[in-house]
Write a protein that binds this ligand. Structure first.
Ligand SMILES: CCCCCCCC/C=C\CCCC(=O)SCCNC(=O)CCNC(=O)[C@H](O)C(C)(C)COP(=O)(O)OP(=O)(O)OC[C@H]1O[C@@H](n2cnc3c(N)ncnc32)[C@H](O)[C@@H]1OP(=O)(O)O
Ligand SMILES: Cc1cc2nc3c(=O)[nH]c(=O)nc-3n(C[C@H](O)[C@H](O)[C@H](O)COP(=O)(O)OP(=O)(O)OC[C@H]3O[C@@H](n4cnc5c(N)ncnc54)[C@H](O)[C@@H]3O)c2cc1C
Length: 667
């Protein structure tokens, strides 16, 4: 018999197999929807399979047992093996395949090329002129040189206008002099900067004839191409262990009057002529495009991280038997408890929602780059900046929450590194900080929302972009029983009301004499609330659009259950906004809750298959608890036995310190 869940294999844990047999949809078909195409979903499986046949690509030991030095070495070793096999494993021109291969083999703890592909090359693509492409891009793509993106400093990360590293133009030699004037001006945090990269895109304050022109990107050689020694005038190193990413070498960097040629200013959009004349870019923030790119990709990447944690937690919940329901002679799977379902299922819905919404956002980013590069059209930048600022903030926050709930849902074993959930959490939660601290970015979106409300107030609603058009729409009572659109309308009402309330509050402070900045700060919490609601509305709408577009009926039906759960969970979570002015009735609240509980029951038989559909291999998951075979207890015991502490029965520390203490106590 052909099983709809393609993960079923002989010898797997019976409880898990039982779950897989109840699948109402084909997990391969669901994977096509998750990854966007049949080809990519299939290629992911083929690549994972091919990798499993190359023993050198496996982790030489479980990563949690390695110290930092070993992690960095292990990552670099695997990279070099991967390099030899790259062309046989993937189509090297296919980014989707490359991304999967790297996740599979390198894992998530960081490696020397982590920022090369994600920011260095994209910064060149977005910011370099044709001549600079010619000179650098080929070399970077062939990995003759390895680069990173060095922007953040010890003293400033969020406020780019106050970066202290200077790039002073000297017309007599046609060079920029890069300098680090204070300790706070040291570049600090850039991934792969400390030990691996020999080049960097460095963001520094451009100074011409004593005038500052603000942050600009420069391509800078940091290390000798033969010896890898730092060049004279460069101080560079690793910043030490972090909450996660400990296979990566986030670094520091200082310049002592370090000279680079004029043509090293990435000058696709702005440039400095030989005599020092500055040519402005078409958009003041165009130099930020590498950041917008990463922010655009974050929803998908974070959705996958949440998917990792949930795969582990759901599989474990299906094999963990504890406590009773009706029949007191048989304990039940913890997945049968409503509280466990409520803890995990809404997070599955969010993982799907973030992935779908992420793909839509990536398309918007690709379109923007096309417009900018083909005809210099930067008109979409403000919208995309606002959207991605909110999206990265909301998604990373919920992903962090969801992963932590997944950990707790695994009880004691979730706390063990064998589950790997704490590592996933550490990696995901970094996203709340990098690419713009979440509060700072929510306030960027709030600027856009306030401006939009002001447009409506001044009778210019026709100038609103499609994503904020609802801010001008009249309110109507909503009958929630009429499907997803009614939830969208209710959410629009809530989001609109908060944006208007926050704007009115802000304007009132100014009317009463506060400066714009003071008024803004006094309204900031309300503004961030408006941003979150607006973003959650966008996520909800993209989820609905994606589900509507699915053609496979069983897949669509399972996704519709997830979507319904999402709609009810989201609305319940923000209901207080609509209750406070009586727009939502308490009957509607009860309706939402009951819909939610019924969604949990509907999803229950498909829970394992919904996470299996992510098709993360055991290698990619790196979780002893979450392996496909479900033999949790044997796997945990084997793992514990492999702990370096168990190499000897009696540790030297016991002989040296503990025993003498105990012996002394006997006297
Ligand atoms: C490919 C897959 C990748 C997935 C995962 C990757 C994992 C990689 C791991 C780690 C990578 C981490 C890399 C980094 O962290 S790099 C460093 C990132 N740093 C930041 O993000 C800094 C955050 N700060 C800023 O971005 C800005 O300073 C700011 C907060 C946006 C404020 O900028 P600024 O002070 O210049 O501007 P104002 O506030 O005064 O606003 C003026 C107007 O400009 C508009 N604006 C600002 N930025 C942009 C932009 N990028 N595009 C368009 N418009 C922009 C702003 O909205 C204002 O407009 P208004 O009309 O309101 O005046
Ligand atoms: C894992 C990781 C990888 C990174 N990789 C890179 C990299 O490759 N390249 C690179 O250049 N950088 C990198 N960074 C740095 C990162 O981009 C910055 O740390 C980030 O932008 C936040 O800036 P900050 O550290 O200055 O935070 P701060 O701005 O100092 O934040 C501290 C607090 O101040 C608040 N705050 C600050 N400004 C405001 C404001 N205007 N309004 C309200 N509240 C405010 C914040 O909300 C936060 O609560 C990385 C960081 C991490 C953690």
């Amino acid at each position: 018999m052909a099983f709809l869940n393609k993960e079923i294999r002989d010898g797997d844990n019976q409880d898990l197999t039982e779950e897989r047999r109840t699948a109402t949809f084909d997990t391969d078909k669901m994977a096509e929807v998750i990854y966007g195409s049949e080809k990519l979903a299939r290629r992911r499986r083929e690549i994972s399979h091919a990798v499993s046949r190359i023993p050198e690509l496996a982790d030489s030991r479980p990563l949690p047992f390695l110290d930092r030095f070993e992690k960095v070495t292990e990552g670099t070793r695997k990279l070099s093996v991967l390099d030899r096999h790259l062309a046989e494993l993937i189509d090297v021109n296919d980014n989707g395949e490359a991304l999967h291969l790297y996740h599979e083999v390198m894992g998530m703890e960081g490696h020397p090329l982590a920022l090369h592909e994600v920011m260095f090359v994209p910064a060149l693509i977005g910011q370099a002129s044709d001549e600079q492409y010619e000179k650098w891009l080929g070399r970077a793509k062939r990995r003759e040189i390895i680069g990173c993106y060095a922007q953040t400093e010890l003293g400033h990360g969020s406020n780019l206008r106050k970066l202290e590293t200077t790039a002073t133009y000297t017309p007599s030699t046609q060079e920029f002099i890069l300098h680090t004037p204070t300790i706070t001006a040291l570049k600090w945090w850039p991934g792969a900067l400390g030990k691996s990269s020999n080049y960097a895109v460095v963001v520094a304050d451009l100074i011409i004839k004593d005038k500052s022109y603000g942050p600009h990107p420069f391509i800078v050689q940091l290390r000798d191409e033969k010896t890898h020694q730092p060049l004279p005038g460069i101080t560079v190193g690793d910043i030490g262990p972090k909450m996660a990413f400990n296979g990566g070498d986030n670094g520091y960097l200082g310049f002592d009057n370090f000279r680079i040629p004029r043509e090293n200013l990435l000058n696709r959009h702005s440039r400095v002529e030989a005599d020092g004349t500055y040519v402005r870019p078409p958009h003041a923030k165009i130099g930020h495009s590498a950041m917008i790119r990463v922010r655009s990709h974050m929803a998908t990447g974070q959705g996958w991280l949440l998917g990792h944690a949930l795969t582990i937690a759901i599989r474990y919940s299906a094999v963990r038997i504890q406590g009773f329901l009706e029949d007191k002679s048989h304990e039940v799977k913890v997945l049968d408890y409503q509280t466990q379902q409520h803890r995990l299922f809404p997070a599955i819905a969010r993982a799907y929602a973030f992935i779908f919404c992420g793909f839509e956002t990536i398309r918007l980013y690709d379109q923007l780059i096309l417009d900018m590069n083909s005809n210099g059209n930067t008109s979409g930048m403000a919208d995309l900046h606002a959207l991605t600022s909110g999206l990265k903030s909301v998604v990373t926050h919920f992903v962090g929450q969801g992963i932590e709930q997944a950990r707790m849902a695994c009880g004691g074993h979730g706390y063990s590194m064998a589950s790997y959930i704490s590592e996933i959490y550490g990696v995901a939660i970094g996203g709340c900080t990098y690419e713009g601290e979440n509060m700072v970015m929510l306030l960027q979106l709030a600027r856009y929302l306030v401006k939009s409300v002001e447009l409506v107030k001044s009778g210019k609603a026709n100038q609103l972009g499609p994503m904020v058009a609802y801010l001008a729409v009249a309110d109507h009572k909503v009958n929630l029983a009429t499907g997803p659109d009614s939830y969208v309308k209710m959410f629009q009402y809530i989001s609109k009301r908060q944006s208007w309330k926050a704007t009115e509050k802000f304007l009132k402070f100014m009317e009463n004499g506060d400066s714009r900045d003071v008024a803004w700060n006094k309204t900031a919490v309300e503004l961030t609330r408006a941003s979150r609601l607006h973003t959650r509305l966008y996520i909800m709408e993209t989820f609905i659009r994606r589900v509507e577009s699915v053609t496979d009926i069983p897949v669509k039906s399972a996704l519709t259950d997830l979507l319904n759960l999402h709609l009810n969970y989201e609305l319940l979570d923000v209901a207080s906004y609509a209750l406070e002015d009586g727009f939502m009735s308490s009957n509607q609240m009860d309706f939402i809750k009951n819909q939610l509980y019924s969604s949990l029951e509907k999803i229950r038989p498909n829970a394992v298959s919904l996470v299996d559909s992510f098709q993360f291999s055991d290698m990619q998951l790196r979780s002893v608890l979450g392996r496909r075979d479900g033999h949790v207890y044997q796997n945990l015991f084997d793992w514990a036995k492999s702990s370096p502490l168990n190499k000897t029965d009696v540790l030297p520390s016991v002989t040296q310190y503990l025993k003498p203490m105990m012996e002394k106590a006997k006297l």
